[in-house]
Design a protein. Structure first.
Length: 340
């Protein structure tokens, strides 16, 4: 039985893209990329890196250095319990400065050569496989090889117009994701939907209804179904026409009142209240608390002014401390007044 695989681009998909990487110390895994790769392995996918490396043709690095870079990548992934089943690269470019590598190649993406070679060597079923990358070349190579494709769009600082032009020129992927984690979730959902579609007798298939027994038929005739809760009062409000004695206050308060009636109620309450009750809330303690509150606001304004116009932070701290003490005094006064 053939294997299934996920073909992964390298730069800006697995590791941070800092330009043309030409030293192993520049290899830095993208944050959060290892856990999704472990999930892909647990799902039965082989992990295969396919990457264009025209830096070799441009004379930026040698194939030996490129091998050391890939060894560092493999080492960092192994430390996170991620195993790569293969790394395929294309060092060629038609505009290269190194004659040995200055040519076009079927292995250079968007050509599907690297994917086809990996499928042949690792016995991979391309129709069950995925190609994941951050550029249109990765998507086109995956499509031409017969894989399903996911474009990683990390939302870099690119203008909306440039993004629109880029999408117009590049092939449309099957799916888009912002990172590897979302790409793996897409693959999971796709597998789940595929398994559901292959089972037409799933839970969504309506089951035949069983015929009721004779006892059930008699019960259903003798006892009609009760109305749903809270439906009877809404549909039949006339069933409750006689008010209950305890509902008099509720009905009186819920009935709308005119402004004239509200004014009469206020005047009646004022007349019923004695002079002592009307002025019982006033006290010297409350007056003192109000004065102290004004001082607190004044101290805070002074501290803010000193903070903006002076470097004497000690005066600012004194003003804030003084306002804090006053505020505590105010709270104490109100607590004592409330206990009387």
């Amino acid at each position: 039985m053939a294997n299934k695989a996920v073909f992964l681009d390298r730069d800006d998909t697995l590791i941070e893209d800092t330009g043309y990487i030409n030293h192993p110390d520049q290899v830095q895994l993208i944050v959060g990329v290892t856990k999704p790769l472990i999930e892909l392995t647990e799902m039965g996918y082989k992990l295969v890196v396919v990457t264009n490396q025209s830096g070799v043709a441009r004379g930026i690095l040698t194939e030996k250095t490129l091998g050391e870079i890939h060894d560092r990548l493999t080492q960092q992934l192994e430390e996170k319990q991620v195993h790569l089943d293969g790394i395929y690269y294309c060092p060629y470019h038609p505009d290269g400065v190194v004659p040995q590598y200055r040519r076009e190649s079927e292995n250079r993406k968007p050509n599907p050569g690297m994917l086809l070679t990996a499928a042949d060597e690792l016995d991979i079923d391309l129709e069950q496989s995925w190609a994941i990358g951050n550029s249109g070349r990765d998507i086109e190579a995956g499509k031409r090889a017969g894989c399903k494709t996911i474009l990683i769009d990390r939302k870099t600082q690119v203008s909306p117009l440039a993004q629109a032009i880029k999408r117009e020129q590049e092939p449309e992927p099957d799916f888009r994701a912002v990172n590897m984690k979302e790409a793996v979730n897409i693959i999971k959902r796709y597998q789940l939907q595929s398994s559901d579609n292959s089972q037409p007798h799933s839970i969504f298939t309506e089951k035949p209804k069983s015929q009721p027994t004779q006892a059930q038929q008699q019960t259903s005739v003798a006892a009609p179904p009760a109305p749903p809760p809270n439906r009877r009062r809404r549909s039949q409000p006339h069933l409750e026409t006689q008010p209950r004695p305890d509902d008099s206050i509720q009905q009186e308060t819920s009935a709308p009142k005119s402004p004239e009636q509200l004014l009469e109620d206020i005047l009646r309450e004022l007349k019923n209240a004695s002079r002592t009750q009307r002025f019982s809330e006033f006290s010297s303690g409350r007056l003192l608390a109000g004065g102290l509150q004004v001082l607190v606001l004044f101290c805070l304004l002074i501290s803010f002014w000193l903070l903006m116009t002076s470097d004497r932070i000690d005066f600012v701290l004194i003003a804030i401390g003084f306002s804090t003490v006053l505020q505590l005094m105010i709270l104490t006064i109100y607590i004592l007044q409330g206990r009387k």
